[in-house]
Design a protein around this ligand. Structure first.
Ligand SMILES: Cc1ncc(COP(=O)(O)O)c(C=O)c1O
Length: 404
């Protein structure tokens, strides 16, 4: 049977993710992978979850294993609200990963042909979530401070249905929007009446500089905000939240009910039980120290090895840094040779909604060991150095750009 005639229009918009293909490659033995955006598994708080998991099963097993409300377990929503300025528990919904939050937000906001404004580059998982609703994209140019206000305004003149942004330690670039840019973005959104989806999986992983207010805090009536336990506890729990104005949260609740009824009751109760012990703040301290150390190792290895003509961001948090190659270097082509040398990364073009970005690549420093960072960056530098686009005379070094 030929199923292609039976598929819905929207299924033709479901693209396979290049990340998945690359992750397959990087599972080969001996490959040093800077490709995946996985949290460091050695730091999963297994011991801190074990006791609470047992207590939930022994003391409240019948509740934990039963169906529960679409809105989510209220004590968990209260805990999230207590740490999220600009929110209140009544308007928080628990979702099965912020990826589901993005899907639900797109489902209730976007009709086919609507325009969604995104940074170029941006998180490809968000693009894949929006694709399913048959949207078009307006791309916003970025510099070392994230989205450029003049480019935001150009996009807003074309009347987007919404803007999607990761203000803290962006995936893929690692950069953050300054307070001034956050305010400029919100002023423009107000002037052109554009709703904003703020995706913040990495904000708690700040290891340098002062925390900045979220867009939600600055403009609670205009911003739909999603956050997650994936990077601060463990992604396998599939626990995240979405919040925003009451009207939107109400329709998101109905959409979620149709999608999966509710997020797993057991993991929600487990989270409340574990968080009550207060373990998270100490755990976050550990994560921040670890990721800072990893970033420093990677920055050091890049500085020591990478040839002139290449620059990179210097993130103040999160898991990624973003490398700019000379314009004639194509990172997808480079990846093929890198994999032969047993090192992997994600080519930048995967993060550009409207094409381009061939001369960028994303490196994740989250899971590699110190040894792997040294060896892997040295191999990568070798591959870059051999590329005809780099060895060409006349390519000049550029200043490394700051993170935020
Ligand atoms: C920017 C961004 N948003 C959302 C997600 C999805 O996270 P979750 O595990 O909460 O679904 C990720 C995961 O890497 C991400 O980088």
């Amino acid at each position: 049977m030929d199923w292609s005639h039976h598929l819905a229009q929207r299924s033709h918009h479901l693209k396979s993710s290049i990340i998945r293909e690359i992750l397959k490659l990087s599972r080969k033995p001996n490959i040093i992978s800077f490709a995946g955006g996985l949290p460091a598994p050695d730091l999963f708080p297994i011991e801190q979850l074990r006791g609470p998991a047992e207590r939930v099963l022994v003391e409240r097993g019948a509740k934990a294993l039963q169906y529960s409300t679409t809105e989510g377990h209220f004590p968990l929503r209260e805990w999230i609200a207590s740490r999220l300025p600009g929110s209140d528990a009544q308007r928080i919904r628990i979702v099965s990963g912020s990826q589901q939050g993005l899907d639900l937000a797109a489902k209730v906001l976007c009709d086919p042909g609507d325009k969604v404004a995104v940074a170029a580059p941006t998180y490809m998982g968000a693009l894949r979530a929006f694709d399913a609703y048959q949207v078009d994209y307006l791309t916003i140019a970025c510099d070392e401070g994230g989205m450029i206000p003049a480019s935001i305004e150009d996009a807003f003149r074309k009347k987007p249905k919404l803007l999607y942004v990761i203000p803290d330690f962006d995936n893929p670039t690692g950069v953050s929007l300054s307070l001034a840019r956050r305010r400029q973005l919100l002023e423009l959104a107000e002037r052109y009446d554009v709703p904003i989806i703020e995706d913040n999986p990495y904000g708690e992983l700040r290891f340098e500089g002062e925390a900045l207010p979220s867009l939600l805090e600055l403009s609670p009536e205009r911003v739909i905000h999603t956050g997650t336990f994936s990077k601060i506890v463990a992604p396998g729990l599939r626990l995240a939240w979405i919040t925003g104005p009451e009207k939107v949260v109400d329709v998101i609740t109905r959409a979620k009910q149709a999608t999966d009824l509710h997020t797993a009751t057991f993991t929600q109760l487990l989270a409340v039980e574990a968080l009550a012990s207060g373990f998270l703040d100490e755990h976050l301290g550990k994560l921040r120290r670890h990721y800072r150390g990893q970033r420093d190792l990677m920055l050091g290895a890049l500085e020591a090895n990478v040839p002139p003509g290449v620059s990179w961001t210097r993130p103040h948090g999160g898991m990624f840094l973003w490398v700019t190659l000379p314009e004639d270097v194509n990172a997808t082509r480079l990846l093929q040779r890198a994999v032969e040398q047993e090192v992997a990364f994600v080519p930048g073009e995967a993060f550009f909604a409207a094409g381009g970005g061939e001369n960028f690549l994303r490196l994740s420093y989250s899971v590699a060991t110190a040894d792997e960072i040294h060896q892997g960056i040295a191999r990568l530098a070798g591959v870059i150095g051999e590329d005809p686009g780099v060895s060409r005379p006349g390519v000049r070094a550029r200043e490394a750009t700051p993170g935020d």
